[in-house]
Design a protein around this ligand. Sequence first.
Ligand code: NAD
Ligand code: DAU
Length: 339
Amino acid sequence: MKWLVTGGAGFIGSNFVFYLMDQYPEDQIVCVDSLTYAGNLETLESVMEDPRFSFAKVDIADRKAIYALFEQEKPDVVVNFAAETHVDRSVMDPGVFLRTNVLGTGVLMDASRQYGVKRYHQVSTDEVYGDLPLDRPDLFFTEETPIHTSSPYSASKASADLLVQAYHRTFGLPVSISRCSNNYGPYQFPEKLIPLMIANALNDKPLPVYGTGENVRDWLYVTDHCAAIDLIVRKGKEGSVYNIGGHNERTNLEVVKTILHTLDKPESLIHFVTDRPGHDRRYAIDPAKIHRELGWLPTTAFDEGMKKTIRWYLDNRAWWEHIISGDYQNYYSKMYGNR
Ligand code: NAD
Ligand code: DAU
C-alpha cells in the first residue's frame, strides 16, 4: 500500500510515519510537508534514507504542485495531518489557518478524486465541538454533538470537516474523519502546553498558566492516536466520523504540577497570566463508537505517558533547544511578553 501523509514533519504526522514504518514493512510512505515553523526535518532524520520513505517539500494549498505529486506517486491512501494547529497563533493571525486548513484540504480532495485515491482520511479535532461546562462532568462529545466552534483554528478545522463530508455526499469520494482529543508525546513543538512547560521548567523559567488553570483537556498519548487512525483507514466505514480519546481529563494546573513534581522543580515557577481570548473550558471525548465498531482502546495510561514524554524531552534536549533558540524567541515575547 502507498500512503501519502501530509504534515509528516510535524508532531503527530511524524509519529504516524514512524508507526506505519514499524507496523507495515511492505508499505511505501510519501511524506508531504511545506516545512512551516512547525515542520522539522530533523524529526525525520532516522527514516530519510529508508527506501520505503520519501519526502516532498510541497504546500498542500499549491494545486499545481499537489497534482504533479499525485501524478507521480499515485497514492492508494491520503492521510491529511497538514494544518496550522496552534489556537493562540490563530487569534493573532487567522488568515493562514483558512488557507491551509480549508483551501489545502479542498486541493487534496480534488487531487484524490482525480487520481482515484481509495481512502482520503481527514485528521480533525475535538475542538470542532466547542467546549463543555466545567460543572457537568456527565457530558461528553459524541459524533452527534453539533459543530460549534470558538477560535479561528477550530472554525477552520470544522469548515474542512464540512467540505470533506460534502465531497463524500456529492462526489462519492471515499473519506473518513477522526476527531481526537489533545495529544502529547515525543516531537511536539514547544508552543503547546506540555512541551512548553517542560522546556521552561528545565530552564527554571516561569510557567505561564492561562486564567486560573482550571480549564480541562482530555489527554491521549500520540501513539494511541496513530493506531486509531490506522484502524479507521483500514476498517472504518466510508463517510464516517470517529471520535478518539481515552478518558484522561486533567485541569491544566494538574498537568503543570505533574511536570514540576516529576522534574523536582518548585511550584513557585507557576505564573498565572491573562487568559486566552475565547478559551474553551473543557474537552471530553466519548470514544464508544471507535471501541464498539473497530475495537480500539488506548494502551498508554496518562502517568506512564507523561513519564515517557518527560524522559524524551530530557534525552532530546538538542531537538527542542534548537527550536527555542531561533524565531521562537520572537513568538514567545509577542505572546507572553506583556501578559
Ligand atoms: P503540528 O503543528 O506539529 O504539525 C503540522 C505540520 O503541518 C507541520 O509539519 C507543518 O510544516 C505542516 N504544514 C502546515 N501548513 C502546511 C501546508 N500548507 N502544506 C504542507 N504542510 C503544512 O501539528 P500536530 O499537532 O502534529 O497536528 C497534526 C494534525 O492533527 C492537525 O491537523 C491537527 O488539527 C490535528 N490534531 C492535533 C491534536 C493535538 O493535540 N496536537 C489533536 C487532535 C487533532
Ligand atoms: O483538542 C485538540 C487540540 O489540542 C488540537 O486540535 C490543537 O491543534 C492542539 O493545539 C490542542 O489545542 P489546545 O488549545 O487545547 O492546546 P494547547 O497546548 O495550546 O493548550 C492546552 C491548554 O493549556 C489550554 O487550556 C490552554 C492552556 N495553556 C496553553 C499554553 C500554551 C496555558 O495555560 N499556558 C500556555 O502557555
